[in-house]
Design a protein around this ligand. Sequence first.
Ligand code: BGC
Length: 436
Amino acid sequence: MGQDPPKPKHDHEALIFPEGFLWGAATSAYQVEGNNIHADWWEWEQIAKPPQMRSGVAANQYELFEQDFHLAKSLGHNSHRLSIEWSRIEPEEGKFNQEEIDHYIKVLKTLKKLGFTVMLTLHHFTNPAWFAKKGGWESFSAPDRFAKFVEKIVPELSEYVDLWITINEPGIYTWMGFMGGDDAGRFPPAKKSNIAAAKVIFNLARAHKKAYKIVHKLIPDSKVGIAQNLSSFDAYHKHSVSEQLAVFISDITVNHSFFWLTRNCHDFIGVNYYRHLRYRRQKGLLPELMDVTNIQKDVSDLGWEVNPEGLFNVLADVSDDLPIYITECGIASTNDDRRTRFLINYLQETYRATAAGINVKGFFYWSLIDNFEWHRGYPPRFGLVEIDYKTQIRITRPSAHVYEQIIKHNGIPHDLLKLLGHGIQAIDVLKEDIEE
Ligand code: BGC
């Protein structure tokens, strides 16, 4: 107790990533921009039951984007994932707001000037309020409505975009807005209807395919995909047939079904990885997802199990001929040492994947800055950079500098790995040491 952790020795082995690896962080417009008053989410925040925190000015990235991008640059990032807010660009059906389009041109130009590889998401959970009023994604016309937006915006922005994500997490969007379960029903329109959910997922698949084709028609050599939330699943009792069955069915529905529905319309696989989920038979026949906070596992502030190997497993699970980008991976924690440990461990598994021949080409930490975590509001802290919401001051967390060191080496210095064994405090010593 109270003793300094051992001073690490340098050695020159490191886990080196493939050349040209993309290192960056991700955000989404609604979660960081602020004042997205034409979005269905904005309307939802005013009426949600139980009432939830409102997004308000968020991290005010709408005005502070230059500062944030310079910060990312100074932290060594070579790429950035962000989204545009459909409801700003098309606040009324068929009426496009040129000022907002110009704003996004400015945003993307800034990124390009700083030398970033840009990954742009066209739809990240929020819709224009008018679109929601017309039946949202349940409507058979929804994919065409989205396609018109895509046709308009893609030529405006294409000069500044390297990788396109049509839709972020169609599965989570459908689950949270249209199905049952713990957190479900906490996204608009909070329907809880399996029939509605089936329509939505089907329409999202149609929308992705249309958008994929439009982007390719407009820019023949473009790279287009989705960012899908993939989870790793486990059975608590390996002997339990019902638990194993739950694992199997979850893997198919959560991790594979949307890719099957949209086969041949992906130039890469975008993986958002957050959760390792364990099924456990309770009193009844059907297994349920376990609360892992009491099984001595490291968990995030949201109670999500830290399970780096799960990332390797999902990467292996979806790997085929297509390149893979980890489009989101991060931890909500007010303890930044945890984030540091998380980054090193998850990147070690990413390295393992590349070493195993899985074609992983980039990693986008979620998130560059703290942001509006949907129905959970502002308490979860995912950022490499802290936001003081009273002043909008950006405070770089130490973990951001550890990430910076990894990026600088295009790999994980061996010292970082060795230090994990010495406990979290040792990381501070390392941070000083590798900066020398
Ligand atoms: C979403 C993000 C969200 C993150 C953490 C992902 O499902 O794409 O918008 O903030 O998870 O919950």
